[in-house]
Design a protein around this ligand. Structure first.
Ligand code: LMR
Length: 394
């Protein structure tokens, strides 16, 4: 049987992690996978998460199963974090998933069940694993223009023109904030125009929100997803706790299906439970429990928010420093977009050859499409990267 299997392409982001590990150079710089790093290159456990873990160790009495959708308190806490009071809780079906990727996968599964003919429109570019999962599931994917190679901002006119082809029942996948891989994001006027288009077309938005709190702030980063959820009859939202709680390996995510028609909530919840059961049964609990504890305890929550703000401001500071350094070295303003982008990533618009040159000559590891993880930098490495970018001819 196994001889019929074909070699599968390696995930480029994970492959880069390996290449970086194997590079013996001491001054190498890892701007690859989307993991937050502090100035000394460590990915710390957040203070509030550590404190919750200690409390949990003392207090937890059982490891018996929770529910198919996870602990309901986790769903409530996360729905509130992502959606605020944009929609009544009674309109939201929610299920815990193994990470944000699990939520994305379950969402695609639900789409396929509900409408096997649905096409999923994805930004060009999008997170490569979106495309990989869609291909694996044999769901038709249609790219829409997103990134303007000239300005390194959003090509909003191109995006709207391409989304004109959306038909009723199609799904439009958007990144709720901190677009991955580009770092370029819609403003609220553009989000409103997009919502109008989706309403006119009868399309179903699917929002992937994996970086809430990394862009302009926890509330600010949720504005788009809240606008969408409160405006359209139906939408899907895949949320991740990996980054904003720093619990990557705990695999903690949530899939939400929002429907204005309250009669659909029960059906949606039943479907989410069913899909969890088919794919992995009960979702992981440890990370979800920590998140619930942090979000529902005033002191832990305040400390978590403060640390998240530190992380966000550190990244913004690095963006400013890099843009400034590049302006100095290149004598031009063409890198100003780095300070405008938001989240962990920026696509800097280098060619694959230039990316390779930076890797070979400077030990700078960024993804082949020239996505760099800002959090992989510190004050000392910013000038080195700036020199690499300019010397590689970007
Ligand atoms: C990334 O884009 O680097 C992260 O989302 C990690 C991953 O799983 O690819």
């Amino acid at each position: 049987m196994f001889e019929t299997l074909k070699e599968q392409p390696a995930d480029k982001i994970l492959q880069l992690m390996q290449l970086f590990k194997e590079d013996p150079r001491e001054n190498k710089i890892d701007l690859g996978v989307g993991v937050y790093k502090d100035a000394s290159g460590n990915t710390p456990i957040m203070r509030a998460v550590k404190a919750a873990e200690k409390q949990l160790w003392e207090a937890e009495q059982t490891k018996a199963y929770t529910g198919l959708a996870g602990d309901p308190a986790y769903g409530d806490a996360m729905v509130s974090l992502v959606l605020g009071d944009a929609v009544p809780r009674s309109q939201v079906a929610a299920a815990a998933t193994p990470g944000g990727t699990g939520a994305v996968r379950q969402a695609f599964d639900m789409i396929r069940m509900a409408n096997p003919a649905a096409r999923v429109f994805v930004s060009d570019p999008t997170w490569p694993n979106h495309l990989s999962i869609l291909k694996h599931m044999q769901i038709e994917t249609v790219p829409y223009r997103y990134f303007d190679d000239e300005t390194r901002g959003v090509d909003f006119d191109g995006m709207m023109a391409d989304l004109d082809a959306v038909k009723s029942g199609d799904v439009v996948l958007v990144h709720g904030c901190c677009h991955n891989p580009t770092g370029a994001n819609l403003n609220m006027t553009q989000w409103k125009a997009l919502v109008e288009l989706l309403l006119a077309k009868g399309a179903v938005p699917m929002v992937d929100i994996a970086y809430q709190g990394f862009g302009d702030g926890l509330e600010e980063d949720a504005q788009a997803v809240r606008l969408i959820a409160s405006s359209v009859p139906e939408c899907l939202i895949a949320a991740s706790c990996s980054k904003n709680f720093g619990i990557y390996r705990e695999r903690t995510g949530l899939l939400m299906a929002v429907a204005q028609d309250p009669a659909k909530q029960k059906l949606n919840q039943g479907t989410l439970n069913y899909l969890n059961r088919q794919n992995f049964s009960f979702p992981p609990d440890h990370g979800a429990r920590l998140v619930t504890m942090v979000l529902t305890d005033d002191a832990l929550r305040a400390d978590w928010q403060a640390e998240l703000e530190e992380v966000r401001n550190t990244m913004l500071g690095l963006r400013e420093q890099l843009a400034g350094e590049l302006q100095r070295l290149s004598g031009s303003d063409r890198f100003g977009f780095i300070a405008q982008h938001r989240g962990m990533f920026s696509r800097i618009g280098a060619t694959p050859e230039q990316v390779q040159t930076m890797r070979d000559d400077f030990g700078v590891y960024m993804v082949g499409d020239s996505r760099m993880n800002i959090a992989g930098l510190n004050k000392t490495t910013v000038p080195i990267l700036a020199e690499a970018i300019v010397k590689a001819g970007v």
